[in-house]
Design a protein. Structure first.
Length: 114
């Protein structure tokens, strides 16, 4: 019952927002377009700022752990690793067990017992 109430409330809020946007577009289209562009630009700036901050935080943790140094050392020791090669790909897999067929050309001959 609470889900149906929340859906109804959501539909009412969305429909009122749509009516308000359409009314704003009809009454003052220039101001509406200006406010939309401002909102989109502000969201883009905030999104880019968060992206670069999170990117820097992730890279900082990796560098401090010595990961890049270990990668360079590994490349020096083993050479470049083929990206297509996967873990345990070089190990031969056992061949699947073949089903044994009954040989139909052989007959059972019943002999006479003494």
């Amino acid at each position: 019952m609470t889900q149906t109430r929340s859906k109804i409330i959501l539909y009412i809020v969305v429909s009122l927002a749509a009516i308000g946007l359409i009314g704003q577009l009809i009454v003052n289209p220039l101001n509406f377009i200006e406010s939309m562009l401002t909102t989109i630009g502000l969201a883009a700036v905030i999104g880019l700022a968060l992206y670069f901050i999170l990117k820097r935080m992730r890279q900082g943790g990796v560098r401090s752990s010595g990961y890049h140094k270990a990668v360079k050392q590994s490349k020096k020791k083993y050479g470049k690793v083929d990206q297509k090669m996967r873990y345990n790909q070089h190990v031969e897999k056992p061949s699947p067990i073949k089903k044994q067929r009954r040989q139909t050309h052989l007959k059972v001959i019943k002999g006479h017992k003494k």
